[in-house]
Design a protein around this ligand. Structure first.
Ligand SMILES: [Zn+2]
Length: 307
């Protein structure tokens, strides 16, 4: 299988005992790339302790494999399987872990096994459920649309806005911390108070950093490039970074009080833009937020590691 007859074992999130973090969009893109050779293959046997009706999968042929944000999607003729790896999810390609799989798919050659994840059916065509314009890793990514969705919520804190999957599907806590540090925006800044140039940077760097994350992760050098996430010192100011659980999302946030500017005053212009953006794009924004893929990033509640 995979054309190279090789066994691949992958842990999506960090394997350190003290480190847990939800896999972010680029990690799901890597999984998609590793599994594309299963497209066209017929499911011969299904196993696993998922509660979904797995009998329905037997005899079905995979017609496509996709990622949307943090969702891994296996498409069949009339429905798809959606896998979300939550905090501890993992997978094995052509091999198995000792622990029971949530879902195992066996083919004439090879198998896919998923662990500690959420498994759900998505009925009908994927395009009826997912809007790839909101996926930071997608060719269809639409930065103007992301900007308008942000301006529709001017009171949102930057640390929450970046984790909003209805705006930035695929962005997780690492990307949030690194982007805000890179563009020198304090996590408690209000979106409506950001100067237009900074708002553009939020949108553009969410995608830019995600692709850098992808390349670094493939080369096993992701952590070497972290400048804020899990770091103690600001490399620009040479003073200690702050670590606080911030925002509605209550995620660990690493930032520098000195060089990351807190934009707090919501300007009236932003409020006006909010109304017009809201009117013009209500249908698309609502369409995304009502989707199953648009749940906000799950909060870990308390600090548990670099997540
Ligand atoms: Zn600094």
């Amino acid at each position: 299988m995979c054309g190279r007859n090789e066994r691949i074992a992958t842990q999506l999130s960090c394997s350190h005992t003290r480190c847990t973090y939800m896999p972010e969009g680029p990690s799901i893109v890597i999984l998609k790339e590793q599994t594309t050779d299963f497209v066209g293959k017929k499911v011969l046997k299904v196993s696993g302790n998922t509660k979904i009706d797995t009998k329905r999968l037997v005899g079905q042929r995979i017609v496509g494999i996709h990622s949307w944000g943090k969702h891994f999607l296996i498409e069949f003729a009339d429905f798809s399987i959606r896998i979300h790896f939550l905090l501890f999810g993992s997978y094995r390609i052509n091999e198995r872990k000792e622990t029971p799989a949530r879902l195992g798919l066996k083919f004439a050659k090879g198998e896919l096994n998923f662990y500690a994840c959420s498994v759900q059916f998505v009925e009908g065509k994927l395009r009826d459920t997912y809007d790839w314009r909101g996926d930071v890793m997608s060719d269809e990514w639409d930065p103007a649309l992301a900007k308008e969705k942000l301006l529709a919520k001017p009171a949102t804190l930057a640390c929450d806005a970046m984790l909003d999957q209805s705006v930035f599907a695929g962005v997780g806590n690492i990307i949030k911390n690194e982007v805000l540090f890179r563009i020198r925006v304090h996590p408690l800044s209000k979106i409506g108070a950001l100067p237009p140039r900074k708002l553009d940077e939020v949108v553009n760097q969410a995608r830019q950093y995600s692709f850098e994350f992808l390349e670094w992760k493939k080369a096993f050098v992701l952590k070497k490039h972290w400048l804020a996430h899990t770091k103690r010192m600001c490399s620009r100011c040479e003073i200690p970074l702050k670590l606080k659980v911030l925002g509605k999302t209550q995620r660990r946030t690493f930032y520098c009080e000195r060089c990351q500017v807190k934009y707090a005053k919501t300007v009236k212009k932003a409020a006006r833009t909010k109304r017009s953006a809201s009117n013009r794009h209500q249908s698309s924004a609502v369409r995304v937020t009502k989707r199953p893929g648009s749940r906000p990033t799950r909060s870990t509640g308390v600090p548990r590691g670099p997540g």
